[in-house]
Ligand binder design. Sequence first.
Ligand SMILES: [Cu+2]
Length: 367
Amino acid sequence: MSTTTYLVIAAALLVFIVIFQIAKASEYVSVLKGEESARKQNNRINGFLLLGFMILGFIGVYYCNKLLYKTTLFPQGAASVEGEEIDFMFMMTTAVTGFVFVLTQFFLFYFAWKYQEREGRKAYFFPHNNKLELIWTVVPAIFLTVLVVFGLKFWFRITSDAPKGALEVEIVGKQFGWMMRYPGKDKSFGKTYFKVISDENSNPFGQIWEDNADLKLKADPTNFDDVVTTQTMYIVKDRPVKLIIGSRDVIHDVGLNHFRLKMDAVPGIPTTLWFTPKYTTKEMKERTGNPNFAFEISCDQMCGNGHYSMKGIIEVVTQEEFDVWMAKQKPNYYAAFPDKDPSAVKPAADSTAAVPAPATPVVAMNK
Ligand SMILES: [Cu+2]
């Protein structure tokens, strides 16, 4: 322990002893002065102490806010268009509840001081008042309804159909990490089935790319050009992105704190969410003055003992940069069936081809 810690403990102990001694002394005084006058004096002291507690409390709230605000994500602003609405809602809720908090705390402590026992004052018996009951039920109900309506409006927006031209990405959580799937050139995700999931055979999503009589499955050719990545998701600035969210084992949660969004990843039930990134990762590095800035995907559900390692990265890039990146990706199909990879069959002929054409004609089946 450092010297400061010892000093703080010593100071706290000293304050405790002083308070204890004062309490003891006032006890002796009350014996000398008589019970009643002692009680009145105690009331006065307690009344003033309550006022002091209120003032110190308000200063504390203000000081903590000033001290800690810059360590939160608010000064950066929301990194998505939809996130701005969430920020607005949060600020509105804080303003309303903050106003009520200050008002009720003020009256609580002020009245304790103002209406302390005094000569000639009698307590007023106040059993019931319909008008008051009505006011303090209806007014909060109206405010809560407004807040809930705003919340529902924003919720329906981000969970409804994404705008046309949105980039579609499937993201699936597993213990412990994230996998991303892009639909490839045909802009269509191939069908998947959980029983054919196999990490060893490069099929983490369970894409159906072979006929299987036992499972009554028919190969889905839209699968052949789907691109699969892990941990890092590439999306495009100013272009809406629609996430199709799933889970392979337990409930995870795609937490996108810079974008102010999150959505549960539930096994067997795909959830969706769309948003529009406002800044590229590069722009955010400048905005935050942090050269190591990265948009983060965190798992917002305690999903097991490797939960911490579910940190994923989102790279927000321009459309041109995205196209270059996508051109370098190889469909996962070729990882599972290397002999079907055209670039592997004839390496000499065209090894610089950006994206090899799928081996089989592509038919959009699930759209
Ligand atoms: Cu998780």
